[in-house]
Design a protein around this ligand. Structure first.
Ligand SMILES: CC(C)(COP(=O)(O)OP(=O)(O)OC[C@H]1O[C@@H](n2cnc3c(N)ncnc32)[C@H](O)[C@@H]1OP(=O)(O)O)[C@@H](O)C(=O)NCCC(=O)NCCS
Length: 170
């Protein structure tokens, strides 16, 4: 039997995943997902709760529906300040990646920011995170800047690319 390289393996699941607006009561769940997705910069549930509680923030959870209840597999943290939206973090649990959930969460960020009055949506992505960069670029984001040494890594620091999506085409 021919082995399928992990980077091309797209697992299938019969259980649907729904996106749902989240709130303060979900801080611990979001913290656990964040820590699994960003081990070099883990956020505790109090830190997540203090973000969610700020004006302009919105949060989405991706929940896989199952006989034993909902299984949280992804999250989005975003905010809008005046006309600028920002994706603070997006993550999909490792065993749920490659099934279109990241793309659905980016779409939820774009929709959520637009309905809250944003004319552009910004984010930072690590220069060594090619997977996230290709996701954002395929959703219409463009690089507009670079912040050297922005992210911590176990073996040093890595730059962030600043990406922007324009709702107006400008
Ligand atoms: C980035 C992340 C959110 C993508 O989630 P995902 O559910 O796997 O994404 P999707 O299945 O929707 O794939 C969207 C796109 O990402 C890219 N992508 C996904 N898996 C990939 C892989 N194994 N190799 C290369 N590109 C890949 C592709 O462009 C893909 O588009 P396509 O399906 O049309 O080819 C997820 O990998 C993750 O949580 N990573 C850790 C946290 C992180 O880096 N967050 C973003 C920080 S800014």
């Amino acid at each position: 039997m021919t082995a399928i390289p992990p980077e091309t393996f797209r697992p299938q699941t019969s259980h649907p995943v729904r996106l749902q607006t989240a709130g303060l009561a979900d801080a611990a769940v979001i913290s656990a997902l964040q820590q699994g997705c960003f081990p070099d910069d883990p956020w505790g549930s109090e830190a997540v709760a203090s973000l969610i509680g700020q004006p302009g923030f919105f949060t989405v959870l991706a929940l896989r529906e199952g006989a034993e209840g909902d299984d949280p597999v992804g999250f989005l943290l975003a905010r809008v300040a005046v006309e600028d939206g920002e994706i603070i973090a997006i993550g999909v649990r490792a065993d749920a990646r490659g099934q279109g959930l990241g793309r659905r969460l980016v779409a939820a960020a774009l929709d959520g920011a637009r309905t809250r009055g944003a004319t552009a949506l910004f984010l930072e992505v690590a220069e060594d995170n090619g997977m996230a960069q290709s996701l954002y670029k395929s959703c219409g984001f463009f690089a507009i800047g670079r912040r050297p040494g922005y992210y911590r890594r176990a073996d040093g620091r890595v730059a962030a690319l600043v990406l922007r999506y324009s709702y107006t085409g400008e």
